[in-house]
Ligand binder design. Structure first.
Ligand SMILES: [Zn+2]
Length: 317
């Protein structure tokens, strides 16, 4: 029996809470993620994304982003006996807490900042500790993977944001960033960076995935990639099983080292899920699959959570 705890680098469940679709308390409300199931399966830290949907961009991005952050605080207050907000190194020391699930608040899309650096300090003061510089579109910081011109680097503002994030102790997330932006961030960031929810391009040729070269560079900078469970990122056919998640984990471990691999389910952000891994409660099966795939217990612990924990203790203040 192994006692590994899980860190999940990305889920979009917060939107359901804020839009009053469900409480996220337990599985009775439906969806792919809820507190009860996450705790039962051993999730000790969940990155909770404030994802700003396209319909709010550009004019209402900040407004919507702040609404989601306010919602996250209400969510944490509602279930304070079961979850707590992780903001700094001292909070990390409490993980794994047998009774409570840690929540790391992240924002998906630098649109929340508009073109003002002070907004980064505002969201930091509101407890946000990770920021995806872009979603798929271009914004004031950089260009996302959905942009046709892949050579766009970070704007001056984007560079200032990364530098300020280093200073504050915030995680720079490059999951949706275009490739030129990815290399630019690596050039300027003093801290390790993260792709919270992406897969390996060598196994599935999708713009959201990382090339072997990118994976190796991430490893050199002590970064982590959270493997995404979206079938479109796992397999060219768009139909996948839990085994395909294991294949991507094995590939990244082989190319970039086992220290570079983490998990970033993207639960409640993916319409389809791999067979056998459609819900946060299915993490137990994945743990067993990794053992069967030949990873040692220590390696499984790293993949499932310790790599992300190491990175967080490197970056958070
Ligand atoms: Zn995403």
């Amino acid at each position: 029996m192994i006692n590994s705890f899980i860190v999940d680098g990305h889920c979009d469940s917060l939107i359901d809470f804020v839009d009053n679709v469900r409480t996220l308390k337990d599985p009775s409300g439906g969806g792919q993620w809820d507190i009860q199931s996450a705790r039962h399966t051993g999730v000790s830290l969940q990155f909770l994304a404030a994802y700003i949907q396209t319909k709010y961009k550009p004019d209402r991005s900040s407004h919507r982003g702040l609404q989601l952050i306010e919602g996250a605080h209400r969510f944490i207050a509602n279930y304070s006996d079961q979850i707590f907000l992780v903001q700094g190194k001292t909070d990390l020391e409490q993980i794994p807490d047998p009774n409570r699930l840690g929540i790391l608040l992240s924002v998906e899309g630098g649109e929340i900042l508009g073109e003002d650096l002070f907004m980064l300090d505002v969201i930091f003061k509101l407890g946000v500790r990770a920021l995806g510089l872009t979603w798929n579109q271009r914004n004031a910081l950089a260009a996302g993977v959905g942009e046709a011109d892949t050579h766009l680097k970070l704007t001056t503002f984007g560079q200032e944001v990364v530098q300020r994030m280093n200073k504050l102790g915030m995680i720079v997330d490059v999951s949706h960033l275009n490739e030129a932006g990815f290399w630019h961030v690596l050039e300027i960031s003093m801290d390790p960076i993260v792709a919270t929810h992406s897969c390996a391009k060598a196994l599935c040729d999708h713009p959201r995935n990382l090339t072997d070269q990118q994976l190796r560079a991430l490893a050199r900078h002590k970064g982590v990639v959270g493997v995404n469970f979206y079938p479109q990122f796992l397999k060219n056919t768009g139909v996948a099983t839990r085994h395909d998640v294991v294949r991507h984990i094995c590939h990244i471990a082989e190319v970039a080292g086992v220290e570079t691999v983490g998990l970033g389910s993207d639960f409640d952000g993916i319409k389809e899920a791999p067979e056998g891994l459609g819900h946060v409660g299915d993490y137990n099966y994945l743990r067993n699959d990794l053992i069967k795939a030949g990873f040692s217990i220590l390696e499984v612990e790293k993949i499932m959570g310790r790599n992300f924990m190491r990175l967080l203790s490197d970056v958070l203040k």
